[in-house]
Design a protein around this ligand. Structure first.
Ligand code: SF4
Ligand code: SF4
Length: 301
């Protein structure tokens, strides 16, 4: 339909102007991730809480945690150093929406102090429907949701998520996986209805969700998710092991490529979004976070 075409064109325009997704924009714009969100409300078997959320960062690298005010100071400082700074994201080290006060306080301050910057956030999706209005209010440009299974029985999900924290209780197993999935799908629907770009990440876990990834991709297309990023499970001792299964191995590059092919992915688009750590700074593909952290906070006791 024509509405559909307009929507598509709209989405394409947004992507083409986006530093994270367009080849042209890529070399000229920089982004910063702010590590203001330490807590998480689910347990992923591949997560090692000592490190950043695997939703949107290289595992094995610890981010320093910032208060909203320090985070905004950092943005203003880095913005003064890097003229091309144009995107600010909150992606951990826990879950952005498990720390709603800190996350939205940061976005609010940014809207006041640096209104030209594009904002993005990354989440496991559990509390997404609850915060759609806030996301719209602060003009968040795009949201990344990690979704590893769309199996409605909760069977596959229960092998990935041992528990979730839901309405002041811990919920386990299949029931937990079902609630998480329902929330993710509802949240994604609400976002795309509001015209907000949604990207999804899936962690490819051999023997657990490898056969499921194609179903995930299909569902995401129905939901108008513009980009699906498949990331390999990295199961090395220094990254923390996969707790759900003994001797869980990593996914190989070849397995990731096969999955991308089966899912019919737009590889060109995807090549431009690198997985940035939760406190990444600089041009995409480069990371100056430590350098700037030292500059900004060296005089702090
Ligand atoms: Fe870890 Fe991220 Fe999963 Fe939370 S959502 S358990 S921080 S990988
Ligand atoms: Fe952009 Fe991707 Fe980095 Fe997020 S992870 S800032 S979307 S390049």
């Amino acid at each position: 339909s024509s509405t559909n075409n307009t929507l598509q064109q709209d989405v394409m325009d947004k992507i083409n102007n986006h530093p994270c997704y367009s080849e042209g924009a890529h070399q000229h714009y920089a982004r910063i991730h702010l590590a203001v969100a330490p807590a998480c409300n689910i347990q992923c078997n591949y997560c090692n809480r000592k490190f950043d959320c695997s939703n949107e960062s290289r595992p094995g690298v610890t981010s320093s945690k910032l208060s909203p005010i320090d985070a905004v100071k950092k943005v203003l400082y880095v913005g003064g150093k890097i003229q091309q700074l144009s995107v600010v994201g909150i992606a951990g080290p826990g879950d952005a929406l498990a720390n709603p006060k800190k996350t939205f306080e940061t976005f609010k301050l940014l809207q006041e102090k640096a209104p030209d910057l594009k904002l993005c956030l990354s989440t496991n999706g559990l509390r997404l429907p609850e915060f759609i209005d806030e996301i719209v209010k602060y003009n968040i440009d795009h949201v990344t949701v990690t979704i590893n299974s769309v199996d409605e029985t909760g069977e596959i999900g229960s092998k990935i998520y041992p528990w979730i924290h839901w309405k002041h209780k811990k919920v386990f197993g299949k029931q937990a996986a079902k609630i998480l999935l329902k929330q993710q799908i509802e949240g994604i629907k609400m976002l795309t209805q509001k015209g907000i770009l949604v990207k999804a990440n899936s962690v490819l876990i051999p023997g657990v969700n490898d056969k499921e990834i194609a179903n995930v991709a299909k569902k995401l297309k129905e939901l108008n998710v513009f980009l699906h990023n498949i990331m390999p499970l990295l199961s090395k001792p220094e990254f923390g092991t996969y707790y759900g299964l003994n001797n869980q191995r990593s996914a190989t590059d070849q397995e990731v490529m096969q999955a991308q092919e089966v899912c019919g992915m737009d590889i060109k688009l995807m090549a431009h979004c690198r997985q940035c750590r939760a406190d990444a700074v600089g041009l995409i593909g480069e990371d100056k976070s430590n350098e700037y952290n030292n500059d900004i906070f060296k005089n702090k006791s």
